[in-house]
Design a protein. Structure first.
Length: 226
């Protein structure tokens, strides 16, 4: 089976202009692939580059070298070299994302944020209720919510429209045990539909429940020493 997402020789560095133009290399030679129905967990110590890799996969960061191949509209496309319009199309149709932070337009009700991702009102309501967000909050803007409530809206947005590839960056941050269990089930359902999932899970219990295999992201110092 061909991969839905394949990373080949990815490298990423940053130029620190306030530090005299010093170049900080973060990723080098990163290669892995994700099949339909598979969840790969990015592992490694803090500062190793997991979040940088996730942002590259989402198309937020460009790459210094390598390719990020994603199956979009039946063909493999290099997200690392795609233009902004193509990246927007990929995100709309193929690449879902859930971060640990809710970025929403102020004053827009929670249910409308979920509907904006393609869900009907009834489907959005059902998903919010499944994530234990009471109906009295659905018509309110999430800016007034607690961190855990905002994260549940964020999850509802991410899972509202099934996409072939999904990126999960700490999806269970700020959640209690009951809602973590709901997220685990949502991930299993996405995998059963054939979704390819890449995630960062600092919660070991959640990671063990959903990941088929880890992909270690190690600091460059460690890889060079090896």
């Amino acid at each position: 089976m061909s991969a839905l997402l394949a990373v080949e020789g990815l490298a990423k560095s940053f130029t620190l202009h306030l530090q005299g133009g010093v170049t900080l290399a973060v990723l080098r030679g990163v290669s892995f692939s994700v099949q339909a129905g598979e969840c790969v967990a990015l592992t490694g110590p803090s500062g190793a580059g997991k979040s940088t890799l996730m942002r590259c996969l989402q198309g937020n960061y460009g790459a210094d070298a390598g390719r990020i191949m994603i199956r979009h509209r039946g063909a493999m496309l290099d997200l690392a070299t795609a233009d902004a319009r193509t990246v927007r199309d990929v995100r709309a149709e193929t690449l879902g994302h859930v971060s640990q932070f809710l970025r929403a337009i102020p004053r827009v009700p929670a249910i409308e944020l979920v509907m904006a991702e393609g869900a009907t009102r009834e489907a959005a309501r059902a998903l919010l209720l499944r994530l234990n967000l009471p109906e009295r909050l659905h018509a309110l803007p999430p800016a007034t919510f607690s961190g855990g409530e905002q994260q549940r809206v964020n999850l509802a947005r991410g899972f509202a429209r099934p996409r072939p590839v999904m990126l999960l960056d700490e999806p269970t941050a700020s959640l209690d045990a009951a809602n973590r269990a709901v997220v685990v089930q949502l991930i299993h359902e996405a995998k059963a539909r054939g979704c390819a999932v890449v995630g960062i899970f600092h919660d070991a219990e959640v990671r063990d429940a959903v990941a088929d295999r880890p992909f270690p992201v190690l600091p460059l110092e460690a890889t060079e020493a090896a």
